[in-house]
Design a protein around this ligand. Structure first.
Ligand code: UD1
Ligand code: M6R
Length: 379
């Protein structure tokens, strides 16, 4: 039931304050006067010790689920430090399920393999799970569908509880997957004196996230206006790095799969190694430059794009317009700032809205893009 919404994709974008609340329900613990704030993932509690002792974490998924895992890698690397690792983070590697299978890539018994899938039925991810089980890795699922093949066949896991997702373009599942992986990182990492402040800030940030999502959804009209400007374009580039490299890939995936406009997510650090040749006064480029440890590097990317007369749309933190838009003209989209590692949850939302409005304006099918299926059950 779409209720008052015209499309499921629109409904699911708007549902995110609630879906994130359900994802976190009962899993965050505020802590008492002398007790630390913490995280409880019922499905993992008996396996945390094994995960902590593993040699590495390998994320495996396809499409949006892969992107959600990529968004989580930096904070998992940071927070997964524990006494078995002498408090340094666990190595985290990334595998697109089909590529892992094509290579029969190395998966070891000492690995924790984390399978991320909204449907829990994606054929490539499921085959990769069978392969990892054969190799005797500990297999963990992060799924939205109770009783799905991946939920049933993993050793343990976490349901993201985002509610049923109907639009072929994954939106609310993406943000819930990132939140689950943030909770996973907090659960794996040891609560030491040195990490306490950071962990508390992330947990507080998680509590406040639904409110911040409500705030960023107010950009709807602004993104619709932007879509009107871009309606006839052939292509859109999206530059991101650090915590928001995944946001660039995921934003571009949303735009291409529903609006049928070519779009490419680019790691900003790779700009000079090829993509810069595309830049001129015509090609629209989104640059994600919210406030984090990469901010000054993104400022310099913006300056270099300006120097080539790039047509820029910059997503930045509230109040940073003047800092990102020096030395050229650009359109700025200001978003609320949250704890850096949770910022991808906020930053993807204007891009989801942009993809949605572009699709409606271009007259394409929003919920059932041509040639695509919600669940890809063949390899
Ligand atoms: C569970 C209940 C929830 C209840 C809560 C109360 C279910 C599905 N969930 O939630 O209704 O409110 O306890 O404490 O009954 N699993 C996998 N692979 C996956 C996903 C999950 O093996 O991909 C396993 C988990 O290891 C766990 C079980 O499925 O054994 C349920 O997982 P999850 O729903 O995340 O657990 P809880 O949050 O504890
Ligand atoms: O159900 P899954 O999360 O395993 O699906 C993986 C991809 O097929 C899926 O994310 C796909 O990329 C979406 N259409 C993206 O919006």
């Amino acid at each position: 039931n779409k209720g008052s919404y015209e499309h499921y994709m629109q409904k699911e974008i708007y549902e995110q304050p609630e879906s994130l609340t359900t994802t976190m329900r009962g899993r965050l613990i505020r802590g008492g006067s002398c007790k630390a704030k913490s995280v409880l993932l019922g499905g993992l509690k008996d396996h945390l010790k094994t995960i902590r002792r593993s040699r590495r974490i390998v994320f495996i998924g396809c499409g949006t689920s892969y992107n959600a895992a990529l968004a989580s890698r930096p904070f998992l690397e940071e927070l997964s430090g524990n006494i078995f690792q002498l408090l340094t983070g666990l190595p985290v590697t990334m595998e697109i399920a089909s590529d892992l299978l094509d290579r029969r890539g190395p998966i070891y018994r000492e690995d924790t393999a984390v399978f991320v899938s909204q449907s829990g039925e994606t054929a490539d991810t499921l085959r990769a799970l069978e392969y990892a089980l054969e190799n005797r890795a500990l297999c963990v699922g992060i799924t939205n569908t109770v009783g799905s093949a991946i939920a049933r066949n993993t050793h343990c896991g976490v349901h993201i509880n985002a509610g049923c997702e109907i639009g072929v373009a994954s939106t609310k599942a993406y943000t819930s997957q990132i939140v689950v992986m943030a909770m996973l990182a907090l659960a794996i990492g040891d609560d030491t004196i040195s990490s306490r402040t950071r962990r508390d800030a992330i947990i507080d940030g998680l509590y406040d996230l639904p409110n911040k999502v409500r705030e960023v959804l107010k950009l709807d009209q602004e993104m619709k206006d932007l879509a009107k400007l871009l309606i006839a374009e052939q292509s859109l580039l999206v530059f991101g790095r650090g915590y928001n490299y995944a946001t660039a890939l995921e934003g571009a995936l949303k735009v291409k799969e529903v609006s049928l406009m070519h779009s490419e997510g680019i790691l900003a650090g790779e700009m000079k190694h090829g993509p810069l040749a595309l830049v001129d006064e015509n090609l629209p480029i989104v640059v994600i430059a919210t406030h984090d440890v990469c901010f000054s590097k993104q400022q310099s990317v913006i300056q270099q794009l300006h120097a080539r007369k790039g047509r820029l749309i910059v997503i930045c933190s509230q109040g940073d317009s003047a800092l990102v838009c020096t030395g050229g003209s650009c359109r700025v989209v200001e978003v609320p700032q949250v704890e850096d590692c949770l910022q991808p949850v906020i930053n993807i939302i204007p891009l989801q809205l942009l993809a949605y409005h572009l699709t409606v304006l271009r007259g394409h099918n929003v919920d059932q893009p041509r040639n695509l299926a919600k669940s890809v059950t063949t390899e």
